[in-house]
Design a protein around this ligand. Structure first.
Ligand SMILES: [Zn+2]
Length: 204
């Protein structure tokens, strides 16, 4: 949903600044989350220690990603958590007829999530870099066909959902980075419906 497993993990807490809703209450919830996540093993067993490690990773990723949306410096303690977790065991990939089988324990799954988080956090531009590229004058030459262009697309910025109180972070891979909501069904449509009702009240 957020475009990255590490940000998806951070998004397992919603409404962080008002009334937090935590979807991971214990190891069983973590197991379900890992099993449902693309690129992670379909079956893992989590104990309390690995659950604590997952929550620690989640909160570190959240704070680092939030810092990136605001142009704030990274907290070294959070950087340490991500780097240490990423240094864990690797998942095993196996080619099978009709796809790929991904296996490994919960620590390998968390290490994989942390490594993905490193990739995203390292590449995400700061807000000032995003606004600069948005304000840059359009090229005078016609836009090159992206399939024949060698230019690498700019790294996707991390954004916070624009719905008040949602607080979810996501990777904006949309063209021109114009995405506003963490998800259209959950937040975009509700904000639009609320705005519509407000306009009707104002008109009537
Ligand atoms: Zn949202």
């Amino acid at each position: 949903m957020s475009g990255d497993p590490a940000l998806d993990l951070a998004a397992t807490v919603g409404y962080r600044r008002t009334e937090p809703v935590d979807l991971l209450k214990g190891p069983a919830d973590l197991e379900r989350w890992v099993n449902a996540c693309d690129g992670l093993p379909a079956e893992v067993a989590a104990d309390l220690a690995s659950f604590d490690a997952a929550v620690t990773l989640r909160e570190a990723v959240y704070r680092l990603a939030l810092a990136r949306t605001r142009g704030d410096p990274f907290d070294p303690a959070d950087v340490e958590v991500v780097n240490t977790t990423a240094n864990g065991p690797a998942l095993a990939l196996e080619l099978v007829d009709g796809g790929m089988r991904i296996t490994g324990g919960i620590r390998a799954a968390l290490a994989h999530v942390a490594r993905g988080g490193i990739t995203v956090l390292a590449a995400a531009p700061t807000p000032s870099a995003v606004s600069q590229s948005a304000a840059a004058p359009a090229p005078s030459s016609p836009p090159a066909d992206s399939s024949s262009s060698n230019a690498t697309p700019p790294a996707a910025p991390i954004k916070e959902c624009a719905r008040p109180d949602c607080t979810r972070l996501y990777l904006d891979r949309s063209r021109g980075a114009r995405r506003t909501w963490c998800g259209m069904s959950e937040c975009g449509n509700r904000v639009k419906a609320a705005a519509y009702r407000a306009r009707r009240r104002a008109a009537g």
